[in-house]
Design a protein. Structure first.
Length: 399
């Protein structure tokens, strides 16, 4: 059965998600503000859930229709053959995004959708499946905007960002899907060094290892919603997992180094890497970022410092950003340097000219990945009485 997919992702990530899809051989794609549209089969949903690093949920459209009020919504949903998709003794959960004048609370739309589903199945089979808010069983997503309704099978269930390896998150961790996109933006693919000072719980380093080894990001997940849908073939799923394992590399050409001055952070990061099965490919060390022992083999160096929105005080962080700039200037020649931040005023204290300023969002916080080309050797400088035009930067397009 060929249908329409919507793969959701955080704002700023659709270009990276589309890039992933093209790498998987999916060419007919269309970028949306917070996702990518494509066509495919339910078999494809297994592959997408297994491999995608920057997507959140793989939604397969079941039905679209117009509805002016909850009664019409109920009738249209009850007309759908849910008994062909959901076992009568199974479990179904519903989530919804609603913007309609007749609905003050989206939970009412969720309840209407649940009632329509279970009433239809009971009428046709004589049994009523369980339903509730637990994230298990078959997941259905309702998008009701004005009078237009789209009903999707959420084939992922829990977001794909929940890889299953981050058992110890620490404070304000970077979400796995965002970390994967940041790694993609650096264009590091396993060759050269990937250095992550101030690594926290290790998400950036772990996502770099998974990408460099070509490991399927969903390989540690034990449960996806599509596994509970009628017609799911566990043998096909096991074949896909086996194929993914065979495609994974056994070693990295480059090195991954992650450091943090907090021993508890390094302990947590190491345990998370062990759960992800990549601890053998990451060198974790306890030290201040300024004492990070840089590998001779050049590569990329990525910082994700606090930026004052949720942690610390901005005035206290100004010196940290200055020290990061000094470290990049004095010790990191030949590397490409990156700083992920949601605070433009703090970024000014780095004291280096950016080559690119790539837009991202960390939740609702608008962020930038600042790229610095750290030249190996001395660049020709202009006399003070001369002026030069600033290096051109890629245009920033915030959606």
């Amino acid at each position: 059965m060929i249908g329409h997919f919507l793969i959701t992702c955080p704002k700023g990530l659709p270009p990276y998600l589309e890039q992933e899809l093209h790498a998987l051989g999916v060419d007919d794609t269309q970028i949306d503000r917070a996702g990518v549209h494509l066509k495919g089969s339910l078999w494809d949903c297994m592959r997408l859930n297994l491999y995608l690093r920057t997507g959140h949920r793989v939604l397969f459209e079941l039905k679209s229709f117009r509805s002016e009020d909850p009664k019409e919504l109920y009738r249209s949903l009850r007309d759908f053959p849910w008994e062909e998709w959901i076992y009568s003794d199974g479990y179904v959960n519903v989530d919804a995004a609603v913007d309609h004048p007749t609905i003050q609370d989206p939970r009412f739309a969720v309840l209407t959708c649940k009632d329509a589903i279970v009433d239809r199945i009971k009428d046709r089979t004589g049994k009523r499946p369980q339903s509730g808010g637990e994230n298990r069983g078959v997941s259905v997503f309702l998008y009701w905007n004005r009078d237009g309704c789209h009903v999707y099978l959420n084939t992922s269930g829990a977001p794909l960002s929940k890889r299953g390896y981050r058992k110890i998150p620490l404070k304000a961790p970077m979400q796995e899907t965002l970390a994967a996109a940041v790694v993609m933006a650096t264009e590091w693919t396993g060759s050269g060094s990937f250095v992550n000072p101030m690594c926290g719980s290790g998400t950036l380093a772990i996502e770099a290892a998974l990408a460099g080894l070509h490991r399927a990001s969903g390989s540690h997940r034990r449960d996806f919603s599509f596994m509970h849908v009628k017609g799911f073939d566990p043998n096909t799923w096991q074949d896909l997992r086996r194929e993914a394992r065979l495609a994974s590399l056994k070693s990295l050409k480059g090195k991954i180094l992650a450091t943090d001055k907090d021993p508890k952070a390094i302990e947590a990061a190491r345990k998370n890497a062990m759960t992800a099965g990549v601890d053998a490919f990451i060198d974790f060390q306890v030290c201040d970022f300024q004492d990070t022992p840089l590998p001779q083999e050049k590569g990329v160096l990525v910082f994700n410092p606090a930026y004052g929105e949720r942690l610390g005080d901005e005035r206290e962080l100004m010196m940290t950003y200055r020290d990061i700039g000094d470290f990049l200037k004095q010790k990191c020649s030949g590397y490409m340097g990156y700083i992920f931040t949601g605070n433009p005023s703090l970024a000014k204290h780095v004291g280096l000219r950016t080559k690119r300023r790539l837009p991202f969002f960390n939740g609702k916080i608008e962020c930038r990945l600042l790229e610095y080309e750290l030249y190996d050797g001395t660049r020709k400088s202009f006399p003070r009485h001369c002026s030069s035009s600033p290096a051109p930067q890629n245009p920033v397009n915030i959606q």
